[in-house]
Design a protein around this ligand. Structure first.
Ligand SMILES: *Cc1c(COP(=O)(O)O)cnc(C)c1O
Length: 404
């Protein structure tokens, strides 16, 4: 008789956002007249930029003519896109990354979930707490995390690096030595980031102890401050210890279009085995490439017109971030984030738990946010609002919160 992968049964509760959606649906059914503003899930709302739409149309037409039709894409991505990535995201920042180190994919969620596959089950992971749930849950599914303690809400075989107001939401080097270190800056959910010097310390540490950093840079486009690194490869030595994950979702509104990429430098080797070649093998076996049409859309992100249009889009969301941040501060909330990231992280008032504040905001202001505790135990007592709504909705939501 067959058996299931019972690691899946260890996963506590439902995925955070399904839980929130259920609560909102129930509230909305009980209060059909309430106009709910959603500043919860990290999904964009602005339409695709004109340069991207033009490129999509053109690529669709190509697919309709025998001379320009394309079938399976190359496993690792079309060269036109990989070279645009190298030029636009790495060479321009003085980071030494070549085309052969770029793996185009359908997004950073899949990549951040799949990347653990090329590592032994014996590896111990370290994560920030709070954290993007995908890193932990995919290691649970693989059987790498030990047992779950529902009191502490922690896995026995995971190293947690608390990120709270006390350390300015920046992880500290853990006492126990990890093998795989997940870092995400600018951060989801806290909206915080670290300086280049701080990231250099992580790179030095990883090289010293023989760990790999899995660096999620999905929010790179939102960086506004000078001393914040745009890629981990700005740091010396990152080529021997870091994998970088990038997404077109947040900088270009591709959440429904689907495109991302992973960087694995050739210098990243474990006992002489190249991680780049392992990932290439995995990609070639389990993945048939992002669609040609979508890769052309991705190429347009790096065109002059595309860059200008996307800069405006990011500015639009960051103006929302400012409205949220300043509005909440004027209402007496303790707020962080919103400077280099489209997330505002606030301390719940009156010692409310994250979920108590979620219910309070939903019932009293009809505003949906995300409970910080859903991202890990150190997120308890915090709450996340996103700047991805429309300006009008953002303004209305903040007026409602101020009026409470
Ligand atoms: C949104 C997000 C991603 C991007 O996911 P896609 O699959 O590319 O849409 C990756 N990491 C984090 C932390 C995110 O918030």
């Amino acid at each position: 008789m067959y058996k299931i992968n019972d690691n899946y049964l260890k996963l506590p509760g439902s995925y955070l956002f399904s839980g929130i959606a259920k609560k909102v649906r129930e509230f909305s059914e009980a209060n059909p007249e309430a106009s709910i503003i959603r500043l919860g899930i990290g999904d964009v709302t602005q339409p695709l930029a004109p340069a991207i739409i033009d490129s999509l149309h053109k690529a669709v037409d190509e697919m309709g003519a025998a001379e320009t039709f394309r079938g399976y894409a190359p496993d690792l991505g079309y060269e036109f896109l990989r070279s645009a990535i190298v030029k636009g995201d790495y060479a321009s920042r003085g980071a030494d990354i070549s085309i052969g180190e770029i793996f185009v994919s359908d997004g950073a969620k899949c990549d951040s979930g799949n990347i653990q596959e090329i590592f032994s089950l014996d590896n111990k992971i370290a994560v920030c707490d709070p954290v993007y749930p995908v890193y932990v849950d995919t290691n649970v599914m693989a059987g790498r995390t030990g047992t779950y303690d529902s009191i502490t809400e922690k896995w026995s075989n995971v190293i947690y690096m608390p990120c709270t107001a006390e350390n300015n939401f920046a992880p500290e080097i853990p006492e126990e030595t990890p093998d795989l270190i997940y870092l995400c800056f600018p951060n989801n959910p806290t909206g915080s980031t670290i300086t280049k010097d701080q990231l250099q310390e992580w790179v030095d540490y990883a090289n010293r102890v023989g760990a790999v950093i899995i660096y999620d840079a999905a929010y790179e486009a939102y960086i506004s401050e000078d001393n914040v690194p745009h890629t981990i490869y700005e740091c010396e030595g990152a080529r021997t210890c870091a994998i970088e994950l990038k997404s077109f979702s947040k900088n270009a509104g591709f959440t429904g279009v689907r495109l991302g990429y992973t960087v694995i430098p050739h210098d990243l080797k474990c006992d002489g085995v190249s991680l780049n070649s392992l990932w290439a093998r995995r990609h070639g076996t389990k993945y048939n490439g992002a669609p040609y049409i979508i890769q052309r859309a991705g190429e347009a992100v790096y065109s002059e017109a595309g860059k200008a249009q996307l800069k405006d889009q990011v500015a639009y969301y960051m103006n929302n971030a400012k409205v949220i941040s300043e509005g909440l501060k004027s209402a007496g909330y303790k707020v962080s984030g919103g400077v280099n990231a489209p997330y505002i992280w606030l301390k719940t008032p009156d010692k409310m738990t994250s979920w108590e504040f979620f219910d309070y905001l939903l019932e009293k202001a009809n505003v949906v946010g995300t409970p910080g505790s859903g991202f890990g135990p150190s997120g308890e007592g915090y709450f996340r609002l996103t700047a991805f709504g429309s300006y009008e909705n953002t303004l209305a939501a903040i007026e409602r919160i101020k009026a409470l």
